[in-house]
Design a protein around this ligand. Structure first.
Ligand SMILES: Nc1ncnc2c1ncn2[C@@H]1O[C@H](COP(=O)(O)OP(=O)(O)O)[C@@H](O)[C@H]1O
Ligand SMILES: [Mg+2]
Length: 358
């Protein structure tokens, strides 16, 4: 039973959100949604090639590079064939896809497996090099499988473009997400079922979290955590190296706090201090996080579950990386014991047949 205080809080949130919803998004807002190059949030918007600049002038070389990366992503997407069946209520906050397969360049990467991601869990995706970790994230990021449209996805694919925006502005500009959430809350307010109401509450909470008045302080907090001093926060993106622009892109992802956050090796560009900060930040992530990392410490600190890719299937384990290692060792030991037992049975049988019948 929710307490009276919680009920009051929820009612307040509803009122605040209703007030917000009365302000209809403008045409400009819509354009900005489409203009977020790093966010593969394709729920309601088709990415437009021209909008990639995010309203900022880029150098010819930069434009060329962005175009090349976009083409490469598109070629990879074209070379992927994904199949799967939605196996959960369309308004659920969890993701469940059955008969899930991915074919990449004619090679079967996943074969008839199950993809299950629950809200509130943080998954570490592990597997041998080439087993398909990045392919899975890309397929999810591009919505090549039937994920419910209300679930917004942020797949961190590349560094922030070298624009003339300041690092701080670049992070704050990702705030267009608010408009989408407001639209979604209006839609959901029409439903009375428990699932929709829960989702509505979650959206109100997120609207509170991305409150415009706190935008700058929040962006500054994240950038500070990732190693940006006050001066650096005011520096233009184009004056940073690729590694630092990757940090800006990561800051944008953390700012958005999407329903499904997909991070492929986020610690690669970070020093130890920023790694520790990121670990602390992600270990309280309340929605769904799927992270690929070679750092066992990082996975231990962040993850509540591990997904292990083995023999083209997704295998699920509760707990962090260390728990996974222990559980898998026990599993392999039991398999080995069973194998030895079977071998001894076969050998007995052979001896028996040889003695009796030969
Ligand atoms: N451009 C490509 N052309 C053909 N095959 C590719 C290409 N990129 C990746 N692959 C193949 O797809 C498989 C999955 O790759 P990937 O998802 O990058 O694995 P991981 O991230 O687990 O290391 C690998 O076996 C790899 O050989
Ligand atoms: Mg990879």
């Amino acid at each position: 039973m929710p307490s009276d205080a919680k009920k009051r809080r929820d009612a307040k949130k509803k009122e605040a959100a209703k007030a917000r919803a009365q302000k209809k998004p403008t045409q400009k807002d819509d354009e900005q949604i489409n203009g977020d190059a790093n966010c593969n949030n394709t729920a309601e918007s088709e990415p437009e090639p021209e909008a990639l600049t995010n309203g900022v002038h880029m150098s010819a070389a930069e434009k060329e590079l962005v175009k090349k990366l976009e083409t490469e992503m598109k070629l990879n997407a074209d070379a992927r064939a994904c199949t799967g069946v939605l196996a959960i209520h369309p308004r659920s906050r969890d993701i469940k896809i059955e008969n899930f397969s991915i074919n990449f360049h004619g090679v079967e990467i996943f074969a008839d497996t199950k993809l299950e991601l629950n809200c509130g869990r943080r998954y570490g995706l592990i597997g041998l090099n080439g087993s398909g970790k990045s392919t899975l994230l890309a397929a999810l990021g591009q919505r090549e499988v039937p994920i419910q449209s209300h679930i917004d996805i942020y797949h961190l694919t590349r560094e922030m473009e070298a624009s003339e925006k300041s690092a701080l502005q670049a992070v704050m500009d990702v705030d267009v997400e608010r408009t989408r959430l407001e639209k979604l809350s209006e839609e959901l307010a029409q439903y009375d079922d428990e699932e929709s109401q829960e989702q509505l509450m979650d959206i109100y909470e997120r609207l509170d979290e991305i409150g415009a008045e706190k935008a700058q302080a929040k962006a500054a907090y994240i950038l500070h955590g990732l190693g940006f001093t006050k001066d650096m926060q005011r520096k233009m993106c184009k004056d940073f190296s690729g590694g630092w622009r990757m940090r800006i892109a990561l800051a944008r992802a953390l700012y958005v706090r999407p329903h499904l956050l997909l991070l492929d090796e986020p610690t690669n560009h970070l020093d130890l201090e920023a790694c520790v900060w990121l670990e602390d930040e992600l270990k309280t992530y309340k929605r769904i996080l799927v992270v690929i990392s070679h750092s066992q410490d990082f996975l231990n600190g962040v993850c509540t579950n591990i997904i292990h890719i083995d023999k083209r299937r997704l295998n699920y384990y509760g707990g962090n990386y260390d728990t996974f290692v222990r559980t898998r060792l026990e599993l392999l030991e039991n398999q080995m014991k069973r194998y030895n037992w079977e071998q001894s049975q076969i050998s007995h049988m052979k001896d028996y047949i040889a003695l009796r019948f030969i």
